[in-house]
Every structure is written in structure tokens, then in C-alpha cells.
Design a protein around this ligand. Sequence first.
Ligand SMILES: Cc1cc2nc3c(=O)[nH]c(=O)nc-3n(C[C@H](O)[C@H](O)[C@H](O)COP(=O)(O)OP(=O)(O)OC[C@H]3O[C@@H](n4cnc5c(N)ncnc54)[C@H](O)[C@@H]3O)c2cc1C
Length: 408
Amino acid sequence: MKSVVIAGAGQAAAWVARTLRSEGFAGQLVMCGAESVPPYERPPLSKEQLVPGAADMAYLIRPEEFSALGVEWRAATHVERIDRAARAVELSSGEWLKYDALVIATGGRAHIPPIPGFDRDCVHTLRTLDDARRLRDRLLPGRRVLVVGGGWIGLEVAAAAVRRGAAVTLVEMGSNLCARSGVQDLSTYLHDLHVSNGVQVRLNTRVVRLDTHAEGSYTAEFDDGSSYVADVVVVGAGLVPNSDMAIQAGLDCDRGILVDATGRSSDPCIFAAGDVAVLRTADGRGERLESWQNAQDQGIAVAQSLMGKPTRYEPLPFFWSTQYDELIQMTGTAHGVAEWLMRPGGSGTQQTHLGLNGSGKVVFGLCINAPRDIRVLRRSIAEAASLDRSRFADSAVPLARAVVAAAG
Ligand SMILES: Cc1cc2nc3c(=O)[nH]c(=O)nc-3n(C[C@H](O)[C@H](O)[C@H](O)COP(=O)(O)OP(=O)(O)OC[C@H]3O[C@@H](n4cnc5c(N)ncnc54)[C@H](O)[C@@H]3O)c2cc1C
């Protein structure tokens, strides 16, 4: 393998490039990114970066590092098209680049629901550093902020806006916040957290139209006939994978590019990692993880398989969020949970929730302000540990002694 082209220059792309070099790849390595800045991590965009005076973002590969790493970084360059027969990609500059292996790490873009008025520039979404800077400038004390969507990004924006003294209304068309997580206790916790911080949370409510006024405010009409006047509108309605070129090239796709446990797509020379990739699972579900941990680990796995190392990427899902002063961490998958258990932690704000499957094995963990417990739960799930219920019931017993002891 003499040349690798990476489409995308985000978190997964950076880990592919770094790992290829650390594993000894000596060939040509080109990274093409649509943004004009080097790869960076996105979690701060909906947290620290929304606060005035935010520190500059730390890049995953600093501009001056590219040459030392032997990576040809093409900034502000889209990969437009793949010619699989010629093993070449067409760039937005019109240039064609040949590859022996192509890695698609193009992430996703914000989904904008097809609602009249949502196509205007004034509607904020949050995916890039530019988006965060633009929004930061608008989140001023006293502003009326309408957040559309009660998923992670919408909730983090609501928390940041409240912290800045804005009046926040959040609308969610479903009956729960973060419903995709499938964890009712989490939805309830988040609802209470935001309401107690002053957010007006309106569940089962859809925006049907957004009108813009000359003085820079907006009126959102809801499906129950009511309306709300806002100064800022932020939409957090999920992600659309940037898999268009893969679809055009005929790769197997299903809400993203389907890859196996080595990161390989249906074309043996094309790999994918991060938010754009959907891992084929044994039960045929297909799993896209959309998380910091997955972008890093799948990027590393793809580079290792490109280097011919035996690789089986079987991730244990892990996600975190910070809202107000609360740290929320989750691991595992909730869909196979047959029984939920909870115990409060030592301080009033700590909670540890466990999901057990039908055989009593720990398959899911949710921790609020309990980072030690989430580490134990990650290990327990990986080791298919069982639970000693009497120890778990005694909150004086550290979690590690309630689960790990039972695994042996
Ligand atoms: C605001 C926000 C907050 C988040 N917070 C958390 C969190 O708290 N915890 C957590 O676990 N995860 C969080 N995430 C998720 C996590 O950041 C993503 O899962 C991760 O960034 C995915 O990495 P990626 O490399 O796949 O995609 P990205 O980092 O999105 O990178 C993809 C890059 O490819 C570029 N690109 C797209 N199409 C092309 C093309 N055709 N040619 C060239 N370049 C292209 C894009 O412009 C982008 O720069 C957050 C995400 C966002 C947006």
C-alpha cells in the first residue's frame, strides 16, 4: 500500500492519520477536510465554547505538526466523488487523487427538519467551530432562546444559554428528552434538571412554522396553536451522515456507510470511521455510535487494519455530557435491559443506574456525577459480570465489590 487518502479532517480522520504513522506506514498520506481549520474535538462546541472568553480549541493535529507527521493536509477541500474503478477521488479543486486505500471519515451534518422558515440563515445549528462562534455571539443575557429538539446538543445549548442569563424555551416533539437513549430514568432526570434551572420544557410539541420579523426576532408557531417569540433559534434535531459520495459510488449504505469489524466497506479498498460509519452487528441491526470515544477508537482500528494487523472493532458504547455542573456518563446498550436498579451515591447529586439483561448480567450503566462507578461499569460490561444484589443494595459497599466480585 503506497498511498492512503482520508476524506474528512475531523476526529476520526486525525486518529487514522496518527495511528498509520505510529504503526509505521511510510507511504503517501493525504487528508482532505472541508473546514479551513485542522482536526479538532467537537464536545466543547456545545459547552465551553459557548461561553465568552473561551480558550482557543486544541487541535488534534496542530498546523505545524502536519509536515513532521508526513501528512499532506488539504484544508477547505471537499472530496466530491469517488471513481472506484480508477481508485481515485475528485476534489472540489477539480484535481483527481489516486489512492490504494481510501478512508471516509466525513462525519455528519445537522439535520434541519423541513419546517417553513427553518431554511433561513438565522436558524442556528451546531456542528462546527464556526457554528459555535456564531451562536456564542448571540447568546446574550436577557435574550429569548428557543431550542428545538431535546437531544444531547439541544440540552447542552439550553444549559449554556441559561448560564449566560438567557430565557430558554425548549421544545421536543416526543414525550421524553433524549428518548433515543431508551432510558426513562435519564429522561426524567434531564427534565427535572432543566426545569429546576429555569428552562421552559415543552414536550409533545412541534414547531410548524417560523416567521422572521424586521427587528431580528422570530415567532415560532406550535402544533397546538400556541406561539413563542424568540431572539435566537437553535435546532438540535439529529445528524445526517455525510455519506452522499459513498452512496453515489455504490457502496453498501444504510443510514451511513456499512462497515465490518475491520472498518472495511463493501469495497475492499474503502474504509470508514466515526459518525459516518455504521458497524454491521451480528444481529444485523447496524450500529452508528456518534460519540467521541467511537470516533477515536474506530479511527485507530481502521488504521490498524490498513496496516494488516488483526483487528476486530467491537465497541462498548460510551458517551458523556456535561450540563450545568452535572456530569452524565453512559455505557453499554439499553435495548436488552430486562431490569433496572439504582443507587444514590455518597453526595446528594450522585446516582448510579444499572441495566441487567435477562440472565442478570450488567449490560448498561448510567452514572450522574459518579465517574468512578462508570469505570467499574465499563469493566463489568466488558467482562459480562453479574451483580451481587445484597452488596449493591448497601451503598456503603463500593460498586467494584458488588459487581466484579460476582463475576469470578
Ligand atoms: C456540538 C457537539 C457536541 C458533542 N458532544 C459530545 C459529547 O459531549 N460526548 C461525546 O461522546 N460526543 C460528543 N459529540 C460527538 C462527537 O464529537 C462526534 O461523534 C465526533 O466528532 C465524530 O467524529 P468524526 O471524525 O466522525 O466526524 P467529525 O468530527 O464531524 O469530522 C468530519 C469532518 O469531515 C468534513 N467533511 C465532511 N464531508 C466532507 C467531504 N466530502 N470532503 C472533505 N471533508 C468533509 C467535515 O467538515 C468535518 O470537518 C458532540 C458532537 C457535536 C457536534
